[in-house]
Every structure is written in structure tokens, then in C-alpha cells.
Design a binder for this molecule. Structure first.
Ligand code: ME8
Length: 498
């Protein structure tokens, strides 16, 4: 099977997960699920970033040792998978031995290649961003991100990042797909063209990190540590990591693109490892027009959303409402309107009116069709014909268009029901009624196969009612068997009041 590898950032576990974390993880899940259904050996990784000053401070505030703190708080990130029905194959924590081994190995490779030297760092550090800033980068005494900074002057190991500006530009010229979307790629290229400074990659004044091999007075800079998770989860330094690595995609928020598209590929090239195939930076969610913040009390909690609306609904809204890559605003009114229109009225209604009709009036059995008209064929073939387009949408990260395209087919299905009126045919043309209902069952089965990546629970319910066996994309070509029993349909999506 062809390999495929997709990763989320590993999240800082200093606080609970919110809609932003859910968003990146969901996007990766939709893509990973699609690839598996499409026959790939797709590996999906997420995890927790547990070292560094930010975590050390958060643990100190709680009066707990850092290890005990991360053991506890990483659970809420791990449980996002159950909550949102994520199909990650692994959950990596940077405090695990397998990760420590990989990072120390990478450090040694960098050291042996002459890419690391000991010097002194004097400059600003923002704990919130875990990032170094020069004096000329500060804006009114703060980091450009608005984070507080503190002055740091200490002995430090440096990575010779300055040597990698040209090789990175050459690499990106040859690999236009390596940074997406294009606007973000241009931002990164302008940044590299401005010249790169050597990067401090160790701290002496910090204890909560991975010790530098051969000099345990230093711990590694948390970003060198964290970025390596993408390799350690594949078993690096064992050679087997290369199978998935060659098809690696890192999905990140735009806030951390520079770490992924400048520092990370430079570390890798210096260690003789190919950079990731693609880094995709998506946009930023605000809530009801405001930046999300604890002090405003407007942080959207995925647990509350799933409790009130179900995981499918939350998944659908996040994937449908926003063009992936653009910034977006979460508004509860828009959320509920979309659930009512697209899920309850369009998809739910199509399934309910067809399957309940068969269950009540057709002896709960898939009917035997007669001759199909040209119009019937056109309708029934829509989902399978859509697959190549959906493939393109996934490969181009056009996740909202994925849903949009399927909902056009659902709209066609509802128009067909309205035009063919099976309830009226019941009186005088049962053969035609059976043909119409058979066509609709075929359509619903195939639509449900295609909606699996976004709506895993509802799709599975539909496929179970129809007792459709195999559920990967090859099942689009498998016809339903007339005479087969169907289970009693239940409403799939609730309607909500705005
Ligand atoms: O940066 N809108 O972890 P982090 C959209 N540990 N996405 C958002 C978001 C928002 N409002 N808020 C957060 C770190 N995200 C590092 C990563 S990787 C080697 C180390 C998402 O917990 C988005 O994916 O601060 C963003 O990049 C990530 O959460 C930051 O998570």
C-alpha cells in the first residue's frame, strides 16, 4: 500500500484543549480517513509538547512537579480523540523514552556534521511563544505576537541556521508544494530572503527539557525537541521511519509556520534527512468576532460543543464553514443554522423520507428495480463520478469544498424525491415506485460512503441500516441487493433552536 503520513502540531499541555486545537486535529482526521478509504497506508499522528519553560512555569503555579503535571494535563488532549472520533494511530508525548532517544540522536548527527557550536546568547525570550527575539523585532517592548519577553544572557549552543538560507531557497524553488497555501509560502520565502541568524538551541537556566548529549548542564531548546516528534513517532533513528516520512504532511496553524518551514527543514537538511513533503498552515479562529481569550471568557470548549450538538455536527461545521487556510469566526447562530439546514433538513431528511417510507410501506426491504431511465442513471452515478473531484479537493486541502460538493448531490437527491413522488406512485405504479426507491437507496449508500471522513457516526448508522458491508471507496461500485432487509431508521440529526 502507498504510504501517507499526516501530523498535527503537538500541543502545549499547559491548558485545556479548545476549538483551535480541535480544528487542526479534525482537519488531519478527515484527510487521514479519506486516504485510508482510498487505499493508502495512512498514518495520523498527534500528541503533547511537554517540555520547556512554559510547562515548567505552569507546573510551578500549581505547585506540582513538571512530570506529574504533564502526566495529568496531557490526558485532556489525549481524550480529544474519543471526544471527536479522531482516528490517530499514535499519541506521542515528548517525555517518552522513544522520543528522548530520537532527539538525542538527531542532536549528535547535527553536532557531528559541524552544525552546532557553543556560544553565548544575549537577547529576549518570550515564554508564551517559546521563542527568541532580537531587540529590533520588539513592538512596544513586547514580542511581535504580543507576548511578554524577558532578557536572557547565558552560555548556549547554537545551530548554524545562517548557512541554510540559500539551500532552503533552492529547495523551495524546486518543491512548490512544500509550503501551502501559496500566500504563506511567499511569506516564508520573504523571511528567508531577509537572511537567517544562527539559532540558540539550548538553555542553561532551565532544567525541564532533554539534556544535551555530552553536556547535561544544558537542556535542548523546546522547539528542537518538539519538532523531532514527527520522526520519533516513526521509529527514527531506525531506518523504517523513511517509509512514511517520504509522504509527510504537517498541518499547523499560521502562528507556528516559521518553526516548521524554516527551522525544521534546516535541522533536517543539516542531519542529512529530507524535509517534510508539505507544511500546510491554516487560518485562525476568532469567536463571535473577538480573539479567543480566557479573560474574555469566550473560549469555545470542544467538550461542551459535543455534549450539546454531538461530534458529527461539530466536525461538520468546522470543516464546512471555513475555507481551509483562511481565518474564520465561530458564531453560535451560524453554527446552528448550518446544522439545521445542511444536516437536519438536507441530509437527514433525504435519508429519513426514503428509508422510513421503505421501512413502513415496502416491508423493510430493498425494492427490486425495473428499467432505469437516463435521468435515473444520471442521479445514481453522481457519487462515484464525484470521487476524482473529492480526491483533488483533499490533495489540495480544500476541505470545505469536499463537503460542498457532496451536499450538491444530496440536493439532487431531494429534488429527485420531490419530482418522482414515490408516495403518489404507490397508488398506481408500484414498479416505478420500486425503481425510484431503489435508486434512492443506492444514492444514499454511496453518499454515506463519501461522508464517512466528515461524519463518521451518521455515515456508519446509514450504512448499518442499509446493511452495506464493505465501506471503503471500492464499495461505491457494489450494488445493493434487492430483497435485502433494512433496519428501522432513526432520525440522524436533531434540529436546534438558534
Ligand atoms: O504551538 N485558531 O502548541 P499550541 C486555529 N507546542 N488554530 C488554533 C487556534 C485558533 N484560534 N489556537 C490554536 C504549539 N490553534 C507547540 C507546537 S509542534 C512541533 C509544537 C492550533 O498548544 C493551531 O494548530 O500553542 C496552532 O498552530 C496550534 O493549535 C498551537 O498549539
Amino acid at each position: 500500500m502507498k504510504p501517507f503520513y499526516i501530523t498535527t502540531p503537538i500541543y502545549y499541555v499547559n491548558d485545556k484543549p479548545h476549538i483551535g486545537h480541535a480544528y487542526t486535529s479534525l482537519a488531519c482526521d478527515v484527510i487521514a480517513r479519506f486516504k485510508r478509504l482510498d487505499g493508502f497506508d495512512a498514518k495520523f499522528l498527534t500528541g503533547a509538547d511537554e517540555h520547556g519553560q512554559k510547562i515548567e512555569k505552569a507546573a510551578a503555579v500549581k505547585g506540582i512537579a513538571p512530570q506529574a503535571f504533564v502526566d495529568e494535563v496531557s490526558q485532556s488532549f489525549r481524550s480529544l480523540s474519543d471526544l471527536l472520533d479522531l482516528t490517530n494511530d499514535d499519541f506521542i508525548r515528548t517525555t517518552e523514552p522513544r522520543h528522548v532517544t530520537a532527539v538525542q540522536h538527531l542532536w549528535k548527527r547535527l553536532f557531528e556534521s559541524g552544525s552546532i557550536y557553543l556560544g553565548e546568547y544575549a537577547g529576549w525570550y518570550a515564554v508564551r511563544d517559546e521563542a527568541f527575539y532580537q531587540e529590533d523585532e520588539l513592538v512596544e517592548g513586547k514580542a511581535p505576537t504580543g507576548a511578554e519577553v524577558e532578557w536572557v544572557k547565558e552560555s548556549s549552543y547554537f545551530f548554524k541556521l545562517s548557512a541554510w538560507a540559500e539551500p532552503l531557497l533552492e529547495y523551495y524553488a524546486k518543491h512548490p508544494e512544500a509550503i501551502q497555501p501559496e500566500s504563506r509560502r511567499n511569506e516564508v520565502l520573504r523571511f528567508i530572503e531577509g537572511g537567517l541568524r544562527d539559532l540558540s538551541i539550548s538553555r542553561r537556566t532551565l532544567k525541564w527539557g532533554i539534556p544535551v548529549p555530552g553536556d547535561p548542564d544544558h537542556v535542548m531548546y523546546v522547539w528542537l525537541d518538539a519538532l523531532t516528534n514527527y520522526l520519533s513517532a516513526l521509529g527514527y533513528p531506525d531506518d523504517g521511519y523513511q517509509f512514511h516520512w517520504q509522504q509527510s504532511i504537517h498541518v499547523v496553524g499560521k502562528d507556528i509556520l516559521r518553526f516548521h518551514a524554516v527551522y525544521w527543514p534546516a535541522f533536517l537538511m543539516a542531519a542529512g534527512i529530507t524535509p517534510p513533503k508539505t507544511v500546510f498552515a491554516h487560518g485562525w479562529w476568532t469567536v463571535e468576532g473577538e480573539k479567543m481569550s480566557k479573560s474574555l471568557g469566550n473560549v469555545v470548549d470542544p467538550v461542551e460543543m459535543v455534549d450539546s450538538f454531538g461530534s458529527d455536527a461539530f466536525r461538520y461545521f468546522l470543516m464546512r464553514d471555513l475555507s481551509f487556510g483562511q481565518d474564520g469566526d465561530f458564531s453560535k447562530t451560524a453554527f446552528i443554522n448550518r446544522l439545521n439546514t445542511d444536516l437536519a433538513n438536507a441530509y437527514g431528511n433525504l435519508c429519513q423520507r426514503v428509508l422510513s417510507f421503505i421501512y413502513k410501506n415496502g416491508e423493510a426491504t430493498i425494492p427490486t428495480p425495473g428499467e432505469l431511465t437516463a435521468e435515473d442513471h444520471a442521479l445514481v452515478n453522481l457519487p462515484a463520478q464525484l470521487l476524482p473531484t473529492l480526491r483533488t479537493h483533499i490533495d489540495n486541502f480544500h476541505l470545505n469544498r469536499y463537503a460542498e460538493a457532496i451536499w450538491q448531490v444530496i440536493g439532487e437527491g431531494n429534488r429527485y424525491v420531490d419530482a418522482q413522488k414515490p408516495w403518489a406512485l404507490k397508488k398506481d405504479d408500484s414498479l416505478r415506485m420500486n425503481t425510484v426507491l431503489y435508486n434512492l437507496c443506492s444514492l444514499i449508500k454511496n453518499v454515506a460512503i463519501l461522508t464517512q471522513p466528515i461524519l463518521p457516526l451518521a455515515s456508519s448508522k446509514i450504512l448499518t441500516i442499509l446493511q452495506a458491508g464493505n465501506k471503503d471507496f471500492s464499495a461505491l461500485e457494489v450494488a445493493l441487493s434487492p430483497g435485502q432487509k433494512i433496519d428501522e431508521p432513526q432520525p440522524l440529526f436533531a434540529k436546534h433552536v438558534v
